[in-house]
Design a protein around this ligand. Structure first.
Ligand code: ADP
Length: 246
C-alpha cells in the first residue's frame, strides 16, 4: 500500500528527512515515534504531498512517484494521492461555521461530487461509527476536543481512503479525552484499515501497531514489532527516548 525508497526532504539547507525507506502492507498499522523535531510530521505530510519530498521514490497503491530537486509535481498526481489518503490533524481543522455532519459531508460533495442527500446519509453513518450521531447538528464550538477529533476522523473515513494518516491526533486533548479518540482509532485498526500514526501514546502503539518506527534526526533508526522496539531495543537513542516518555 505504501513504499518509500531513499526519500529525502530538505527545507532550504536543512535536511529534515534523510534516506527514508519504508514499506506498509494493506491492512497494517504503522506507528511512528521519536523525539520532537525528528521529522515524524514531515514524513507523514510527504505521504499526501502536503510536503513535496526533495528526492527519492514513493508508491501509494498503484501510484508511483519519483522526486528530484526542481521537478514539479503534476496536479493530477496530487489529486489522486489526496483521494487515496485521509488525514487526521492534531488541531482537528474543522470548519467552525459548519455543523458536525456538514463538516463530514464537505469532501463528499466537493471532491467526490456526491449529491447532498447521499452525502448526508453517508456522513450520518460515519458519525454513528465514531459514536457521535446525536451531535450531528452541533457546531465545533459546542463539542469537546475529543468529540471534535472524532468528527475529524469521521470526515477522513467518509472519503473511504486506502490509507489513513494521523498526525498526533490526541496531543491537543485534555488527558481525560484521549481515550475516546484512541478507542475509535483502535476500532478502525481492528476493521483492517491501513493506518500511519504519529503519536506519543506508547501504550496505544504497543497495543495497535504491527510495526513501530523510531525516528531520530531525520532518520529511521529502528523498526520492528512493538515488542522489539519497546522491550528489546539495544539502541541507545531508542532506550533514552523511551525512558523519557514512559
Ligand atoms: P516532529 O514531527 O518529529 O516533531 P517535524 O517533522 O515537525 O518533526 O520537524 C522536523 C524538522 O523540520 C524540525 O527541525 C522543524 O523545525 C523542521 N521543519 C518542519 N517544517 C518546516 C518548514 N515548513 N520550514 C522549515 N523547517 C521546517
Amino acid at each position: 500500500m505504501l513504499e518509500m525508497k531513499k526519500l529525502k526532504k530538505s527545507f532550504g539547507d536543512i535536511e529534515v528527512l534523510r534516506d527514508i525507506d519504508l514499506r506498509l502492507e494493506k491492512g497494517k498499522v504503522l506507528v511512528i515515534v521519536g523525539p520532537s523535531g525528528s521529522g515524524k510530521t514531515t514524513l507523514l505530510r510527504c505521504i499526501n504531498l502536503l510536503e513535496t519530498p526533495t528526492e527519492g521514490e514513493m508508491t501509494v497503491g498503484d501510484l508511483q512517484l519519483t522526486f528530484s530537486p526542481g521537478t514539479k509535481l503534476r496536479k493530477i498526481d496530487i489529486l489522486e494521492l489526496r483521494q487515496r489518503t485521509g488525514m487526521v490533524f492534531q488541531s482537528y481543522n474543522l470548519f467552525p461555521h459548519r455543523t458536525a455532519v456538514e463538516n463530514v459531508m464537505e469532501g463528499l460533495i466537493t471532491v467526490k461530487k456526491a449529491d447532498k442527500h447521499e452525502s448526508r446519509s453517508l456522513a450520518m453513518e460515519m458519525l454513528r461509527k465514531v459514536g457521535l450521531e446525536e451531535k450531528a447538528e452541533a457546531y465545533p464550538y459546542q463539542l469537546s476536543g475529543g468529540q471534535q477529533q472524532r468528527v475529524g476522523i469521521a470526515r477522513a473515513i467518509a472519503m473511504d481512503p486506502d490509507l489513513l494518516l494521523f498526525d498526533e491526533p490526541t496531543s491537543a486533548l485534555d488527558p481525560e479525552l484521549v481515550g475516546e479518540v484512541l478507542n475509535v482509532m483502535k476500532a478502525l485498526a481492528a476493521e483492517g484499515r491501513t493506518m500511519v500514526v504519529v503519536t506519543h501514546e506508547m501504550k496505544f502503539a504497543a497495543d495497535v501497531a504491527d510495526t513501530v518506527v523510531f525516528m531520530d534526526n531525520g532518520r529511521i533508526v529502528e523498526r520492528g514489532t512493538p515488542d522489539e522496539v519497546f522491550r528489546q531495543s539495544a539502541n541507545e537513542r531508542t532506550k533514552a527516548f523511551l525512558s523519557r516518555v514512559s
